[in-house]
Design a protein around this ligand. Structure first.
Ligand code: ATP
Ligand code: MN
Length: 381
């Protein structure tokens, strides 16, 4: 049973809410902690720690075949931990991130705390990094957990410091934020971010799409088998023109089919994504719709292609969702898709078990695939 990196609790124990009032210490030996802690210093935050190296790998992952994350990925090193007292801790320091109120409950329905969320991301980071690092972010922030008020925000602001984030300004003078390493992600956790959404572009190439997302959005009375069939339909249509796709559970109701491309301008991207959705609705209007209007969706599936423009985002792989049960968005292989049960079947509480038993990363090839986006007319052949 995989253990939570920080608390040493198993995910089952976290699920059962065991060990909540604990003394802050890592499950590692003191020697291991000292060694790991010694690799970081406040003045040298950009040093090549293993975490930083993972991020650097992620940055080059679109160009090389060295897709790093996977079952053999190294565990993120234990970090310096400063307990405020010998008893129940009020705050702790993790690398460069200062955490307050670790026992604050973010998902009341399942008792998942800020600490549990930090533990989850530490566990999932090597898998997540290639899909989130250096992409412009949009965040769902719920400082008081899912039961409180949530905000969708794209900029740093009160309580969300820029300290561990990369920030830049776009051509319209608006701030863009990105994470570069685990510290960046953990500082989002501290700020109450419960969902991390990313653009289909990298911060250094905002005008170029490298990942197209088809959002399979079911109407209320659509069953899971039909949602899976719709994702496969997108896959087959694209495979017919030699484009390889990947799929993930959204952590919500549906699926996202992801098409990695070598780089296309947003007009070309939008036209292509729309053409796919329109081809599906015109071939099978009883199954699919390509308009946002909710009333049209009854019994049908909205093929949402509208994520594919400069400033639109979709939930990042391995991000948690601010929804009941603390679900997460999870990449799966096309083969295993038929064995899935729901878009929200994996959660903060059970994902470690899945990752621990995987033989390889379900998306191991996503950064290796080299494919140019054809003209949309290719779809009509
Ligand atoms: P599901 O499978 O349940 O549909 P999903 O991630 O596809 O999960 P949607 O509700 O279909 O969720 O879409 C929400 C998308 O809209 C997100 O990907 C997000 O990037 C974008 N978005 C834009 N504005 C907002 C907002 N104010 N709040 C939340 N999401 C927003
Ligand atoms: Mn959706």
């Amino acid at each position: 049973m995989p253990l939570s990196a920080a608390s040493g609790r198993s995910m089952a124990e976290i699920a059962a809410g065991k060990g909540k009032k604990r003394v802050w210490h890592s499950n590692r030996s003191t020697a291991a902690n000292v060694t790991a802690g010694a690799t970081r210093s406040k003045t040298n935050v950009r040093s090549k720690t293993p975490t930083k190296m993972a991020a650097a790998t992620a940055r080059t992952a679109t160009k090389t075949s060295s897709a790093k994350p996977g079952p053999r990925a190294k565990e993120v090193p234990a970090k310096r931990r400063v307990s405020s007292s010998g008893g129940k801790a009020k705050a702790w320091k993790d690398g460069d991130v200062r955490f307050t109120h670790p026992d604050r409950v973010y998902w009341v329905d399942v008792g998942v705390t800020k600490q549990d969320l930090a533990d989850y991301y530490r566990m999932a980071w090597e898998w997540m990094a290639p899909h989130v690092v250096d992409r412009p972010l949009a965040l769902v922030r719920c400082p008081d957990g899912t039961k409180g008020q949530c905000f969708f925000q794209k900029h740093a602001s009160a309580g969300l410091t820029e300290q561990n984030l990369r920030t830049l300004t776009d051509s319209k003078g608006r701030q863009i934020i990105a994470v570069e390493d685990l510290d960046g992600l953990l500082s989002l956790v501290q700020a109450g971010v419960l969902e991390v959404h990313v653009r289909g572009s990298l911060i250094d190439h905002l005008d170029t799409c490298d990942r197209i997302v088809f959002d399979i959005d079911p109407g209320e009375d659509v069953g899971w088998a039909d949602i899976v069939a719709a994702a496969r339909d997108v896959r087959e249509r694209l495979a017919a023109i030699d484009l390889e796709t990947f799929v993930k559970l959204t952590g919500g109701k549906g699926l996202h089919v992801v098409l990695p491309i070598d780089g296309a301008d947003w007009d070309t991207t939008k036209t292509f994504a729309q053409a796919v959705a329109f081809a599906m609705t015109s071939d099978e209007p009883e199954r699919y719709v390509a308009k946002m209007t909710k009333s049209l969706r009854k019994g049908r599936i909205f093929i949402d292609y509208l994520r594919n423009s400069l400033e639109q985002t979709s939930v990042a792989a391995y991000s948690t969702r601010a929804r009941a049960g603390a679900p997460v968005s999870v990449p799966v292989t096309w083969d295993e898709l038929g064995r899935t049960r729901a878009g929200n079947q994996y959660t903060v509480l059970n994902l470690a078990k899945r990752l621990g038993s995987l033989k390889q990363d379900p998306w191991k090839d996503i950064a290796k695939v080299k494919q140019r986006l054809p003209d949309a007319s290719a779809l009509r052949k």
